[in-house]
Design a protein around this ligand. Structure first.
Ligand SMILES: Nc1nc2c(ncn2[C@@H]2O[C@H](COP(=O)(O)OP(=O)(O)OP(=O)(O)O)[C@@H](O)[C@H]2O)c(=O)[nH]1
Length: 470
């Protein structure tokens, strides 16, 4: 079709002859437009008869059908030498696509549609197909009469006579500019979605996944083909109560956009934290047709936040609550005591002669002894009690709802347990303990002072003993 190079507007089309029938097996489909170089009948068909019992005038029907076809149809003769094949017929769709009139096209080489961006490789392949009489299919850039370009997809079939000689070429063409642009836009969007660091999921109204991007695959460990068609339920970790999901579903059903942080499960079973925004996508009628969810992986952020929270409340050496957190705990107990009359007790435990442990065995051994004491104390207190590293070698135990006698018994158990232990390096470690219980109307600071005085008495009375605040 693009064999000979024709120059736009260089050859005026000639007057064409009427429709004609050429022998019993040859039908000219171009009734009024035969170009000079195409004067010999060129379009032939091996159809045995132009009419059938069902269709008395098949030739007319074929002509009308092609003339009214949605796709552009163009027929050339089979002259491969010189200027190459030239147009002997084109339907109105071809004229609409190219911007040329039928008169301007007839007798011209389809080359007049080519221009700078027409792909020479496609044309080369086309020439080879024409020469070998084989079917051609391809696409390239063509140019309209006004110089604007369009993307054409076309195929060409040789038309042979009864002897098998190629008499013409018939080509069906389609302007695919819009389709290709849409595909390019879609590909661009997919590339952009895949390039983003956030995991993107697009689901239909039934929450079945239609698309996941690369970041989703990286985050969850699931490949796209493993999740398409499924609902995101498989990501649930069991860490949220059913109400969490039902509230989410209700909000989405109302058409609201939702922002929430999920604890989800990866394919390998590990948990990740996803800060997710789910947005319903509505059609023109306002009906939700799709959901798009964008997820930021906040696993590290949450772990770091928890770590900082831990650090803010815990002593780095022993892992126990630090003094600040201990004071808050004490205040909570004091409030409960004042408001509800629920008393509490305190135990202050202090390692005996700790300075000499440091001095004899070094600070590192001293640290280890502190950790050892913390471990023992942790084993002795209940989960509702608060165990605090109150000072250097001093520990405070806050016992909500505990009476003096019970606190004294616990202190004694702790003392005895510690005294029994023999450390491989420092030998015996002992504790002195002061015990106090809240008295109605008393401030926590007063109770603390009384307990500290009891501890002092335990120290001055010879250490490794429990003293109770009166
Ligand atoms: N290794 C280590 N030592 C600490 C730490 N905090 C405080 N100390 C030391 O603990 C020692 C406490 O000494 P003292 O207050 O004299 O008390 P003690 O030697 O235990 O004597 P008594 O309490 O009277 O039995 C000091 O030498 C502090 O430097 C710590 O985190 N690690």
């Amino acid at each position: 079709m693009a064999e000979a190079h024709a120059h736009q507007g260089s050859a005026a089309p000639r007057k064409t002859g009427p429709a004609r029938r050429i022998g019993p097996s040859l039908v000219c489909l171009q009734p009024h437009a035969i170009a000079p170089s195409c004067e010999a009948p060129t379009l032939v068909t091996s159809l045995p008869a132009p009419s059938t019992p069902a269709c008395p005038d098949l030739a007319q029907l074929l002509h009308t059908a092609v003339a009214q076809a949605f796709n552009a149809v163009v027929i050339t003769n089979a002259a491969l030498d010189g200027e190459g094949p030239c147009i002997t017929y084109c339907n109105p769709a071809f004229c609409r696509m190219t911007g040329y009139t039928e008169q301007e096209l007839l007798g011209r080489s389809p080359r007049l549609l080519q221009g700078p961006k027409t792909d020479p490789q496609v044309l080369q392949r086309l020439r080879e197909c024409l020469r070998s009489g084989t079917f051609f299919q391809g696409s390239t850039v063509n140019y309209r009469k006004d110089g604007s370009s369009y993307l054409v997809e076309w195929n060409i079939s040789p038309v042979r006579d009864a002897q098998g000689q190629v008499q013409a070429y018939v080509s069906v063409q389609q302007d695919i500019t819009k389709r290709v642009r849409a595909e390019q836009r879609q590909a661009l969007l997919a590339r952009a979605l895949n390039a983003t660091q956030d995991a993107v999921v697009i689901a239909n109204a039934q929450a079945q996944i239609l698309f996941v991007n690369q970041a989703f695959e990286d985050l969850t460990g699931y490949r796209s083909d493993e999740v398409l068609g499924r609902t995101p339920k498989f990501l649930q970790s069991g860490e949220h109560p059913p109400a969490f999901y039902s509230q989410l579903r209700d909000a989405l059903a109302r058409g609201d956009s939702c922002q929430t942080t999920f604890a989800n499960r990866r394919k390998d079973g590990s948990i990740y934290h996803a800060a997710q925004t789910i947005t319903p996508l509505r059609d023109e009628a306002g009906t939700t047709q799709h959901y798009v969810s964008v997820t930021k992986d906040v696993t590290e952020l949450i772990a770091r936040t928890q770590e900082l929270r831990e650090q803010a409340h815990h002593d780095a050496l022993t892992g126990l609550l630090n003094r600040r957190a201990g004071e808050q705990q004490l205040e909570r107990c004091q409030r409960a005591a004042q408001l509800e009359g629920q008393g509490y007790a305190l135990i202050l435990a202090d390692i005996d002669n700790f300075k000499s442990i440091n001095d004899r065995f070094g600070h590192e051994e001293g640290d280890r002894v502190l950790q050892r004491c913390a471990t023992l104390l942790s084993r002795k207190v209940r989960s509702g009690d608060a165990l605090i590293r109150w000072g250097g070698e001093e520990f405070l135990i806050v016992l909500p709802g505990c009476r003096l006698e019970a606190a004294q018994e616990l202190a004694e158990r702790i003392r005895a347990a510690m005294a029994q232990e023999q450390d491989a390096v420092v030998g015996s470690i002992t504790l002195s303990l002061g015990v106090g219980a809240w008295q109605p109307g008393e401030y926590s600071s007063t109770l603390l002072r009384r307990t500290d005085q009891a501890l002092y008495r335990a120290k001055t009375s010879g250490r490794n003993q429990v003293a109770v605040a009166p």
